[in-house]
Design a protein around this ligand. Structure first.
Ligand code: DON
Length: 336
């Protein structure tokens, strides 16, 4: 066997590929039908306006690295990105500053505690531990280039738009509602300031962070954004490079360990994909080299992760052979 031939076979054995289009479409349709009637969980209400979400909505989008789009249900319904923004802001800051800087200032380890924990900071000499929990995300947003908060915000909005391949816009009502209810995030920012972990104005930084969480996306956008990370930083639809392959790899590594908060270990065990969830009901799950899944369904479990979204990711990951740790596609029933 010649060298090039051996290399391509080795690559196939490592990464595999996704099944044929018709099989992907049938799988998405089956999973959507299976869970449309599931009404476990509660819509988030600690940000008052999120309680207005229609709990019946359910959208799935899978976008392949090569650009093929597979969707069903409410894949084009807009909702606020919330915590999913943290993954992409982390990538933008690593790209613009350096991964080492974020590693040193914020950290890359799971806190083992809920996403808005104060205790995680106190237990670690003021280090927020990772950019996926609120304190670490605020500290990461503080590192975004920009001489003023307005410039930092514009850099975030345009950067996340490059990931999505379209201009994302702010939902002013979500932003206002969260700004009236985010005393805890303001307290986290003040605590970080007291430890010297952020040197920007803490309340201005929370304002920018709240804006990034209030950007409107769809399940389709999440799949495009995730597929950009799956393809080493190249947007599958615009074919433009958004971040380097190294930054895309580092972002996926962080999502694998921290993207689903204190449930990240269980998530990796069951679903086997780097992922990020948001409190408005979105999930993005990424299969490196293959593509990404974006889901939307607003009812959440007690850790703040979408109930139907998690189940959809579980079955789709297994049925399509997306799990990082599996060499073959294997389907088995959802636990419990
Ligand atoms: O800061 C907050 O609490 C919200 N803007 C985002 C939290 C979130 O999405 C947690 N996700 N499950």
């Amino acid at each position: 066997m010649v060298g090039a031939e051996r290399e391509s076979i080795t690559q196939r054995a490592f990464t595999g590929g996704l099944p044929a289009d018709a099989f992907i479409d049938a799988t998405l349709a089956d999973i959507h039908r299976r869970y449309l009637g599931l009404d476990d969980g509660e819509v988030a209400d600690y940000i008052p306006i999120l309680a207005e979400a229609d709990p019946s909505r359910f959208g799935l989008s899978l976008i392949e690295s090569a650009g093929a789009v597979h969707e069903i249900g409410d894949a084009d319904l807009e909702f606020s990105i919330q915590s999913i923004s943290k993954a992409f802001v982390f990538a933008l800051v690593c790209q613009a500053r350096s991964t080492e800087l974020v590693h040193e200032r914020v950290g890359v380890n799971n806190t083992g505690l809920p996403f808005n924990s104060v205790m995680a900071i106190e237990l670690n000499d003021g280090k927020p531990l990772n950019s996926m929990v609120n304190a670490g995300a605020i500290a990461t947003t503080a590192l975004m280039p920009g001489a003023t908060s307005a410039e930092k915000w514009e850099n975030i909005r345009s950067g996340l738009s490059r990931f999505a391949g379209r201009q994302l816009r702010l939902d002013g009502r979500v932003y206002q509602s969260e700004m009236e209810a985010n005393q805890r995030n303001k307290a986290l920012a003040r605590l970080l300031e007291s430890y010297g972990r952020i040197i920007t104005d803490p309340l201005d930084t929370v304002d920018v962070y709240t804006r990034q969480c209030s950007l409107l996306v769809t399940a389709h956008d999440l799949a495009v954004m995730g597929a950009t990370l799956a393809d080493g930083g190249i947007n599958p639809l615009t074919r433009s490079r958004v971040v380097s392959a190294e930054v895309a790899r580092d972002t996926l590594a962080l999502l694998a360990s921290c993207g689903m908060y204190e449930n990240s270990g269980e998530w990796l065990f069951e679903i086997g994909l780097p992922a990020k969830s948001g409190v408005s009901g979105g999930i993005v799950a990424i299969a490196p080299g293959k593509g990404a899944l974006g889901t939307y369904s607003p009812r959440l479990d007690s850790a703040g992760n979408s109930v139907r979204g998690q189940r959809a990711c579980f079955h789709i990951s297994r049925a399509l052979g997306m799990n990082l740790f599996a060499s073959n596609a294997v389907e088995r029933p959802w636990k419990g």
